[in-house]
Design a protein around this ligand. Structure first.
Ligand code: FMN
Length: 438
């Protein structure tokens, strides 16, 4: 079996899935992707979403910059019903790179310009009644904080799988966490003023909140029991609700499975870390639902430790220990298990970019089969921002425009550059890639 995407037709792909003993729902009728998704009082105009994707191209003080505006204008023109805006730090020391966006009072005007650009571009393209649903991802990068370009980790707990002997790790105190809860609330207040439909309290990819979820070995109020490990996230949700009521939605991008051995990983089988155990993630989604969260974006893995889990690739920094198709299946099945367990929330699934143009058929099939309500695309949005328009207006995606899962966008990011698609948006990003790798 070739460890790369190697299919000429959907039949080839399905044959491989079936011969590996799996199933994936497929629909040849894409109409279901045009259906709006209703979330309480608000509506997502179609079932396609752009995942949060950092371009590392903000200004030094955390405002969107030229390339940031360009990326979101292209995405808005593409017509996804939901645009999930990238990781945006809530404190300077929690930025993952010196160009990560940072939401604070001084930057509100620039964020408003970004929001207005998304809405006005969408309306220019699809009419004055059209409005994509917008989510702003709020984050603290925790152990991956790098605000000045060199690692300055702030961790929830030590972790023998992730800690590097060359670095000094500072464990954040309970008092600091309490104060940080309020910083998330302050950022949510600004996001609400700007007009975003929702804020995402980012709880994935082993950044600070994601790490807290697995902090079995931490002492104090935020470690040990399930109640303590989820306290920070749930307190933030409660505090935002108290402060802002229903004037802004709260969404969560949630790791369902870290693929890091217990007791250092979350959502992992205690005996076998190659298997998810979704009991705790499902319990958390139930609690979030009770607090009024209606939208959860499911993802897995750690982009620094096991990127093949969350972002199946054909070429990357190492050769993947499993066929990328297995990673795609795991991501989609994880979304399915959570959607079926908590049907009241709308689940966004991750795992479509590697599937090239067949993603549209699997997105439609998955929604039809009740696996998830919305299909989310990450790298594809860099490579092919018009993919929703091609699906919704022309009934298909085109192979020649698709992401080839080459990991160059990640490589630029890791080397400290401003990132995008080196292959399909080469006019802008091939020179950046070249200058950074030679
Ligand atoms: C360059 C790059 C930037 C990313 N930035 C973010 C981010 O800001 N927030 C986030 O939750 N995930 C981020 N991700 C992960 C993606 O949202 C997505 O989960 C991942 O690429 C898998 O989806 P895909 O197969 O559709 O690409 C990023 C991934 C890449 C490659």
């Amino acid at each position: 079996m070739k460890m790369k995407f190697n299919y000429e037709s959907i039949t080839d792909l399905l044959d491989e899935i079936n011969s590996a003993g799996f199933e994936l729902p497929v629909s040849y009728d894409l109409k279901i992707l045009e259906q709006p998704v209703h979330l309480g009082g608000k509506t997502i105009p179609n079932a396609l979403s752009i995942h949060p994707m950092e371009g590392c191209d903000g200004t030094k003080d955390g405002k969107p910059d030229k390339l940031t505006y360009r990326r979101y204008e292209r995405m808005a023109r593409g017509g996804a019903g939901l645009i999930w805006i990238e990781a945006t730090a809530i404190v300077p020391e929690g930025r993952a790179n010196p160009r990560q966006l940072f939401l604070c009072r001084q930057n509100v005007e620039a964020f408003s310009r970004l929001y207005d650009l998304i809405i006005s571009t969408s309306q220019e393209e699809f009419g004055s009644d059209y409005r994509p649903y917008t989510v702003l991802q709020l984050t603290h990068s925790g152990r991956y904080s790098k605000p000045e370009g060199k690692p300055a980790p702030i961790i929830a707990a030590e972790n023998p799988y992730l800690d590097k002997s060359s670095l000094h790790y500072r464990i954040i105190t309970d008092d600091e966490l309490k104060q940080l809860e309020d910083r998330f609330v302050e950022a949510a207040v600004l996001a609400q003023k700007i007009g975003f439909d929702a804020v995402d309290i980012k709880s994935c990819h082993r950044y600070l909140i994601s790490e807290l979820l697995s902090a079995h070995t931490r002492n104090g109020e935020y470690g040990g029991s399930f109640e303590n490990r989820t306290r920070f996230l749930l307190n933030i949700v409660d505090k935002i609700k108290t402060r802002l009521g229903d004037s802004i939605d709260i969404a969560v991008r949630l790791n369902a499975y870290d693929a890091i051995p217990y007791p250092y990983g979350w959502g992992v089988d205690a005996e076998d870390d190659s298997k998810p155990d979704l009991a705790e993630p499902i319990k958390l989604v139930e609690l979030l639902k009770e607090k009024g969260v209606k939208l959860i974006n499911i993802t897995c893995g750690n982009p620094y430790y096991n990127p093949h889990i969350g972002r199946p690739f054909d070429t990357g920094g190492y050769s993947s220990p499993e066929h990328p198709l297995m990673g795609v299946l795991r991501l989609l099945q994880t979304a399915r298990d959570i959607q079926k367990s908590v049907p009241e929330v709308s689940i966004i699934a991750t795992g479509f970019s590697w599937l090239r143009e067949f993603a549209a058929l699997i997105a439609a099939g998955g929604i039809e089969a009740g696996w998830f309500r919305i299909a989310g695309f990450g790298r594809q949005a860099f490579a092919y921002p018009d993919f929703p328009k091609d699906i919704l207006l022309h009934g298909a995606m085109e192979r020649r425009k698709c992401c080839i899962a080459c990991s160059k966008c990640t490589e630029i990011m890791r080397r400290g550059g401003t990132t995008g698609c080196v292959i399909r948006d080469r006019g802008v990003y091939a020179p950046i890639y070249k200058s950074i790798t030679t």
